[in-house]
Design a protein around this ligand. Structure first.
Ligand code: NAD
Length: 506
């Protein structure tokens, strides 16, 4: 099977337009989590390459910001066309490189297409305000200008969608993009770069060289983007540990960062919940993508009156959910990204046991031999929200807690350092609205009668506290990629000063 994966990956990359020299004979070994075997050796960027690439992007900015926004939208429209035409191939590559089950690999590409469509419309809607002036014959307005080069640092678990959330908006906003993908997933990035280059070649000469580029490598290459003053906006997706470093370093040079970091997402199951719907939503939210989504459901807070009707059934689902290869079975749970991830999961389960947790599942499942790491998702009944429950372990572990009063459940939900996503199950209007109110969930996302994961691109995506505070994708997230300018225009013949100030020079 090993050679089959490597050769399929090779064929897909060539078909998607990546020169073989980019992924053979390089220094960065890429392994497929499906089998654990090496599938490519990618050429890494040097520090000099990185500096040159950033310089080229800064040059590109001077030309791109002068291209009218609706015309910039045309480039993103062409990118969307390329993605549509290559959806099957790119989705398959996501499955082979990250281990996502087939529908999730395809879903990730669909998300890229969706944000392109959104950005094309946005390219005619980068609205500013008109503001009433307190002075006669004056007009006050606010307009939005391109910000400059956007550095995108992305995580392994959404290897291509995260780039598109940033890049589609940045391009229509007038910004070049330099992308540093996860060192675990350079192949899908190479493929996306090839599709982007194809869109550029169809677009015409007004797309400058260096508009959208790729840097391959690890933390050190990312740091060059983080520290370079020619990159005014850094959008970084990954662990809170990474974001703490990146946020500080970008702030030190007064750059702006968009931080999309770890989550520790909870759902509250109230007495009026539809338990059939809840069961299905919890299963997808907690076990989908093998628990490797930032929005994965990690804590289930269940009212004591429905605990016995829900939790034993959920435990049964955990016992029978299909765990297996995403390419030759229709399993719903694929592999973890690597051995370190599996070890972290096991260490967390031991810690949970030490804190009084009762662990169901969580063991290793032998699917494709010792090099790959498949695990049965774990459901852990916890007496309290202590120890590992307060941290994000990037694996399929669901902690289950019991509550009596909704106030306490909401307080429990909010009492973790992270603030990405949350949800409530129920049909009691008062309880639902309490959860959605200003004194309810403190997360960037709060859903009703669905899990915390599986967001659409139309809303602003991101979270509070240690999740970083950034917003990407829909709504008015585009503003982070532009700079705001306030204009006061005097079209009269006198010079009235604001706040009634006088300054008579005679
Ligand atoms: P990670 O933090 O290990 O790496 C993410 C990226 O940051 C990689 O490209 C890495 O090379 C780079 N990086 C690491 N340290 C850096 C530094 N000091 N300077 C510059 N770049 C640096 O994360 P991961 O394991 O790839 O992804 C999993 C994590 O990402 C989870 O915590 C998950 O919750 C989070 N995530 C968050 C979101 C979100 O939108 N909030 C989305 C996806 C993933």
């Amino acid at each position: 099977m090993t050679n089959l994966i490597a050769s399929e990956v090779h064929d897909l990359l060539v078909r998607l337009g990546v020169p073989a020299a980019r992924f053979t004979g390089g220094t960065l070994a890429v392994r497929s989590p499906v089998t654990g075997e090496e599938i490519a050796r990618v050429v890494e960027s040097s520090a000099d390459d990185a500096r040159r690439t950033i310089g080229a992007a800064a040059e590109a900015f001077k030309a791109w910001r002068r291209v009218p926004a609706p015309r910039r939208g045309e480039l993103v429209r062409l990118l969307g066309e390329e993605l549509r035409a290559s959806k099957a191939a790119l989705g398959r590559l996501v499955t082979l490189e990250v281990g996502k089950v087939v529908s999730e690999g395809l879903g990730e590409v669909q998300e890229m297409i969706d944000i392109c469509d959104f950005a094309v419309g946005l390219s005619r809607q980068l609205y500013g305000l008109t503001i009433q002036s307190e002075r006669p014959d004056h007009r006050l307005t606010e307009q939005w200008h391109p910000a400059g080069v956007v550095g995108v640092i992305s995580a392994f678990n959404f290897p291509v969608a995260v780039w598109s959330w940033n890049a589609a908006l940045a391009f229509v906003c007038g910004d070049p993009v330099v992308w540093k993908p996860s060192e675990k997933t350079p192949l899908t990035a190479l493929a996306v770069q090839a599709l982007f280059d194809r869109a550029v070649s169809r677009f015409g000469d007004d797309a400058p060289a260096g508009l959208g580029t790729l840097l391959i490598g690890g933390r050190e290459i990312g740091e060059l983007l983080v520290d370079d003053p020619r990159v005014p906006v850094v959008s970084a997706t990954g662990s809170t540990r990474m974001g703490r470093v990146v946020g500080e370093r970008v702030a030190r040079r007064f750059g702006k960062s968009i931080l999309e970091l770890g989550g520790n997402n909870a759902s509250i199951v109230t007495p009026s919940a539809d338990l059939e719907l809840t069961l299905r939503a919890v299963a997808f939210g907690a076990m989908g993508t093998a628990g490797q989504r930032c929005t994965t459901l990690r804590r289930l807070i269940v009212h004591e009156s429905v605990y016995d009707a829900l939790v034993p059934r959920l435990t049964q689902v955990y016992q029978r959910i299909s765990v297996g290869s995403p390419i030759d079975s229709d399993a719903l749970v694929g592999p973890l990204i690597d051995g370190a991830s599996f070890e972290a999961m096991q260490a967390t389960l031991r810690d949970a046991t030490a804190h009084g947790g009762i662990v169901h599942g969580g063991g290793r499942v032998d699917v494709n031999g010792p090099g790959s790491f498949y695990a049965r998702p774990a459901l852990v009944e916890m007496p309290a929200q202590t120890g590992p429950v307060r941290q994000e372990t990037f694996a399929p572990i669901l902690y289950v807690l019991k509550y009596t009063d909704l106030e306490d459940a909401i307080a429990l939900q909010n009492d973790v350092p992270q603030g990405l996503s949350s949800s409530i199950f129920g049909n009691d209007l008062r309880e639902i609205e309490q959860f959605l109110s200003g004194s309810g969930s403190d997360c960037g996302i709060a859903n009703v009668n669905m899990g915390p994961s599986g967001a659409e691109i139309g809303g602003a995506f991101g979270g509070e506290k240690e999740t970083g505070g950034g917003r990407e994708s829909g709504s008015d997230a585009w503003r982070a990629y532009m700079r705001r300018q306030t204009n006061a225009i005097n079209y009269g013949r006198t010079l009235p000063l604001a706040q009634g100030v006088t300054f008579d020079i005679g």
